[in-house]
Design a protein around this ligand. Structure first.
Ligand SMILES: Cc1cc2nc3c(=O)[nH]c(=O)nc-3n(C[C@H](O)[C@H](O)[C@H](O)COP(=O)(O)O)c2cc1C
Length: 189
C-alpha cells in the first residue's frame, strides 16, 4: 500500500451524522468487516477489551423506545426540551446500523482502565476508517444516558458502554475538515 493512501483515508474520515443518512440498509458483510477490523486494534497484554452489540432493524426501534423512556424519567421539567425529545425519537431509526461500543475490564491482567479504554478507542478508529473506505457515514455518539444502559445492552460484570457507533449510507457532500496545526501540539525534545 502507498503511504499516501493511508494518509488520504485518515484525513478523509469525518463524523457523518444521522440527519444526512438515507434509508438504505447496510450489507451484513460490511458490518462484519467493520467489526473484524476493530478486532485488529492494539491491546496491552492482549486483553482485547473491546465488546460490541450490533443493533439493526427491530433493535433500533427498541433502543429508540428505551432512550425516549429514559429521557422522560430522568429529565427535570425545567430542563425538558421537545426538540431533544424529537431527536431521541428519530435518530436511531435514521441509522442503517448502530454498534454499542463497550469495554470489558480484565481484573487478572491488572492494567489501568484508561489503557483498556484507549484500546477500545483504537478499535473504533479502525471501524471509522473502514466505514470511510466504504463511503458509509459514521460517528461516535456518547450520550449521558449510557451510564444507565447496562440492562438494555445486557452488559456483563465489568463491562461498560462508551457510546454508540452510528452508521448509515448517506448523501453528505464532502465535509470540510477542521483542525488546528499539528505544529502547536508538538515539541521536539
Ligand atoms: C470519544 C468520542 C465521543 C464523541 N461523542 C460525540 C457526541 O456525543 N456527539 C457528537 O456530536 N459527536 C461526538 N463525537 C464526534 C466528534 O464531535 C467529532 O469527532 C469532532 O467534531 C471532529 O469531527 P470529525 O470526526 O469529522 O473529524 C465524539 C468523538 C469521540 C472521539
Amino acid at each position: 500500500m502507498q503511504p499516501t493512501a493511508i494518509s488520504q483515508l485518515i484525513r478523509k474520515r469525518r463524523s457523518i451524522f444521522p440527519k444526512t443518512y438515507i434509508n438504505q440498509p447496510i450489507a451484513k458483510e460490511i458490518i462484519e468487516e467493520v467489526l473484524e477490523n476493530a478486532n485488529w486494534a492494539p491491546t496491552h497484554k492482549m486483553t482485547e477489551p473491546w465488546r460490541f452489540k450490533v443493533l439493526v432493524d427491530d433493535a433500533l426501534i427498541r433502543l429508540r423506545d428505551w432512550q425516549v423512556d429514559w429521557y422522560h424519567k430522568n429529565t427535570p421539567p425545567e430542563k425538558f426540551s421537545d426538540k431533544k425529545l424529537q431527536k431521541l425519537q428519530t435518530k436511531p431509526l435514521k441509522a442503517g446500523c448502530m454498534i454499542a461500543i463497550c469495554m470489558q475490564r480484565n481484573e487478572k491482567a491488572r492494567i489501568p482502565e484508561w489503557e483498556e479504554i484507549a484500546a477500545v478507542a483504537c478499535a473504533v478508529q479502525n471501524m471509522w476508517l473502514t466505514t470511510t473506505a466504504y463511503n458509509i457515514g459514521a460517528y461516535w455518539s456518547s450520550p449521558g444516558y449510557i451510564r444507565d444502559i447496562g440492562p438494555f445492552l445486557n452488559l456483563k460484570e465489568g463491562e461498560r458502554c462508551l457510546g454508540f457507533f452510528y452508521m448509515g449510507h448517506h448523501e453528505t457532500p464532502e465535509v470540510p475538515a477542521n483542525r488546528q496545526s499539528i505544529k502547536d501540539k508538538v515539541e521536539w525534545l
